[in-house]
Design a protein around this ligand. Structure first.
Ligand code: HEC
Length: 174
């Protein structure tokens, strides 16, 4: 069999693509959180937006709530219960006044997201594995490191407030 130059280039491109894609399509990353055994989902930063939130008081941050493909589809349909495989992420950032905006408007005006804050949190739906906590596993990471058992003991108790909405506070923002 004779290899043509085009054939060799194509093989090279495919091999390159496989190498390039490995980090995003690969396994979840780092150490697992206590209690629920969840690792940081490798590609969560590419997930789509379910909604945004703003926390006052000591938390004082801006938030984005993202869903993987299964969660987004369920949220858009308005399903009463998320299916197994759904993962919801909540990201948070410093709620920061933007000096450039104050200069442009002549008064304090725009607040934007700056540094990540208050960790990154996930809810992972697996109705069998997490039956004891309403079908959701909970995970909290600070700079990619799992939070401790104490913080993971708080999640379900508070999310029980919205048991009638499958333990999810946010609704899909169209
Ligand atoms: C004292 C109550 C409370 C505790 C404790 C708590 N949450 Fe939440 N959580 C909320 C509220 C209220 C929202 C909606 C507002 C927002 O997005 O910040 C929320 C939102 C979320 C969301 C987005 C989906 C949704 O329900 O809207 C995730 C994911 C999440 N929390 C994960 C966690 C994890 C993981 C823990 C534990 C490490 C945790 N939460 C602990 C009250 C709580």
């Amino acid at each position: 069999m004779r290899w043509t130059m085009a054939g060799l280039v194509a093989v090279g491109v495919l091999a390159g693509a496989a190498t390039y894609m490995a980090p995003t399509s690969g396994a979840d990353e780092g150490a697992a959180v206590p209690i629920f055994g969840i690792k940081l989902p490798a590609d969560y930063r590419d997930w789509r937006l379910i909604s945004v939130a703003r926390e006052e008081g000591k938390l004082n941050d801006l938030r984005a709530v993202l869903g993987n493909d299964i969660a987004i589809a369920a949220a858009r349909r308005g399903d009463a219960v998320y299916p197994d495989g759904a993962i919801i992420a909540r990201l948070a950032w410093d709620y920061t006044p933007l000096p450039e905006s104050a200069a442009a408007f002549g008064q304090a005006q725009s607040h934007v997201a700056l540094h990540p804050k208050n960790g990154v949190q996930f809810m992972v739906k697996d109705s069998k594995k997490y039956a004891a906590t309403g079908g959701w596993g909970y995970a909290h990471f600070n700079d990619g490191q799992p939070g401790d058992a104490k913080v993971h003991g708080t999640c379900f108790a508070c999310h029980q407030t919205v048991a009638s909405r499958d333990y999810v506070f946010n609704r899909y923002a169209p």
